[in-house]
Design a protein around this ligand. Structure first.
Ligand SMILES: [Zn+2]
Length: 277
């Protein structure tokens, strides 16, 4: 047998095993994203995600405290974040009742002026860092960030990422002969897997932008302020980009996408205003 033939056999075997595992997983783990209807591969249940989110929340708050950052319970910064986030959580429950009403939404304000950041964990436990507040200048801008993060939780992106990673690990374990394949073959397969993951992550970001904008609009915040928010974020970058942007890529296409979403968001906002929000 030539070396090329052997490598080909190994890759073929790898692909057969990987396909069987992937088929089994996909058949048992396909869900639909609320609001977009996108078909999603997720082996976690909503309850699993809520449990994981709660554990991670306790850990994250410990990390913040150990780093010397207070959790704010009073004051104008606390009150501002609480009032905006309550409106976002109410809107999330209204727009995505099936998933969002299972969550126990909670917001914590962490006093860390250097951190231009916010997050929402699976299950709705959320945090805003005080460094975000001068960047998200208006309440509508703050609502866009909190809405974007809430949308990640609603669209179950955390569970989806973990499922992809688990599937990837299973496939790699199943294809253990793969380690004997030559470096060139291995690189081709790894690149294919890596590229797939990267593409997915970007689609999660644009899904969160889309769903988050509609949630903010339904809460009564002017969706057009989303454009200013992302411009402020980019301007706050300077030499070292803020944390939020380092995990949330700020392509100029993001602002173009927001412009394209605006007609839909404006309809939602007008309806919210007519309903007194
Ligand atoms: Zn995001």
């Amino acid at each position: 047998m030539t070396r090329t033939y052997l490598a080909c056999m190994l890759v073929q075997r790898f692909i057969v095993i990987a396909t069987v595992i992937a088929t089994l997983l996909v058949q048992t783990a396909c869900t639909e994203v609320s609001g977009t209807g996108r078909s999603q591969f997720n082996i976690l249940s909503v309850d699993d995600e809520i449990d994981l989110g709660q554990q991670a929340y306790a850990e994250e708050l410990q990390v913040a405290k150990k780093a010397g950052h207070r959790v704010l319970t009073t004051g104008p910064e606390h009150d501002r974040v609480m009032s905006v986030s309550q409106r976002i959580f109410d809107a999330a429950n209204r727009v995505h009742p099936t998933i969002a009403r299972q969550f126990s939404w909670e917001m914590t304000v962490i006093d860390d002026p250097k951190s231009v950041n916010a997050w929402a964990l699976p299950g709705g436990k959320s945090a805003v860092f005080t460094g975000l507040l001068p960047v998200a200048k208006t309440d509508a801008e703050l609502a866009v960030v909190i809405g974007h993060e809430a949308a990640h939780a609603i669209a179950r992106h955390g569970g989806e990422r973990m499922s992809q990673q688990t599937a990837l690990n299973l496939i790699m374990v199943a294809g253990f002969e793969f380690s004997e394949a030559d470096a060139g073959t291995r690189e081709i397969v790894m690149n294919a897997l890596g590229l797939g993951t990267l593409a997915f992550s970007r689609s999660q970001e644009s899904e969160a932008d889309h769903l988050g904008l509609l949630i903010a609009a339904d809460a009564g915040f002017d969706p057009r302020e989303a454009i200013a928010l992302w411009q402020n974020m980019a301007a706050a970058g300077g030499a070292a980009p803020p944390e939020f942007l380092s995990t949330h890529p700020s392509e100029s296409t993001r602002i173009q996408r927001l412009h394209a979403l605006m007609p839909e968001a404006m309809v939602v906002w007008q309806a919210a205003k007519a309903a007194g929000r």
